[in-house]
Design a protein around this ligand. Structure first.
Ligand code: 5HY
Length: 248
């Protein structure tokens, strides 16, 4: 199967980190295509960043449809543009936050999330409520590290994530920790070792869920709200969407 792994920010180093982590965990026969939009924020740390990145995600899915993609992963913990992306394809589209919440709820009754900046914690809290996992999650904690520190100052960032993970272990009454950023995809083993709790990382969780769905022959339903968008004209810089709408 061909799995298109979309890093919604435009930092090539982070796309590579995410791609390597996915390739390490993928089953034989699963081909990982790690991509990022041509245009957009170098990191996603706010609602505005998410809104702009969500358009890039759609363009990556439409590109994937031209290349016979079997499943898509949106590798940003805000799952930007997830439902819109599902409208564009029959293939499964999985957000790393949703994937991590599902996996964590299968191995623990309570988990906490450790994300990057406090200001993005609300985005994870909104997704927990939207996906129906709010009662499983004790806290969304922030290591207070800018996303690109994971690329540029990895060691210091790792120390802060481990410290916050240990606080969650000691204070939240949880059985597992969810890593709240795609850029943490290569840190799972070290954090598990240091904190001593099961650590669920979204990119690798999403790869396994995508393989399971494709293996079951299940894809995005085209009945109801995730049906293909009705073809229409788009204007200005979005004119290119006019001709791109997938055939029904
Ligand atoms: C992510 N931002 O996974 C989110 C993490 C966050 O650029 N990739 C990003 O802090 O919301």
């Amino acid at each position: 199967m061909q799995l298109r792994l979309i890093n919604p920010n435009t930092t090539a180093g982070m796309t590579a980190t995410i791609g390597e982590a996915a390739t390490r965990i993928a089953a034989p026969g699963t081909r990982i295509i790690a991509t990022q939009p041509d245009a957009g924020p170098v990191s996603i740390e706010s609602h505005f960043d998410e809104a702009v990145a969500a358009v890039g995600v759609q363009e990556e899915v439409l590109a994937g449809e031209r290349e016979g993609t079997d499943a898509y992963i949106i590798a940003c913990f805000g799952d930007p543009g997830l439902l819109a992306a599902r409208e564009l394809t029959r293939a499964p589209v999985i957000g790393i936050a949703e994937a991590a919440f599902h996996m964590a709820s299968l191995i623990s009754t309570r988990f906490s999330v450790v994300t990057t900046l406090g200001r993005t914690a609300i985005i994870a809290e909104h997704l927990l409520a939207q996906y129906g996992f709010a009662h499983h999650c004790r806290r969304v904690r922030a290591a207070e590290i800018p996303v690109l520190d994971l690329e540029e100052d990895g060691d210091a960032a790792l120390v802060r994530i481990i410290d916050e993970g240990r606080r969650a272990r000691d204070e939240d009454g949880i059985g597992a920790i969810v890593l709240g950023c795609g850029g943490m995809a290569d840190l799972t083993e070290e954090i598990t070792e240091a904190v001593g709790l099961p650590v669920v990382e979204g990119v690798t969780a999403a790869v396994k869920l995508a393989e399971a769905l494709v293996g079951l022959g299940l894809g995005t339903s085209k009945h109801g709200d995730l049906a293909f968008p009705r073809p229409k004209a788009f204007t200005g810089r979005f004119e290119h969407f006019s001709g791109l709408m997938p055939r029904q």
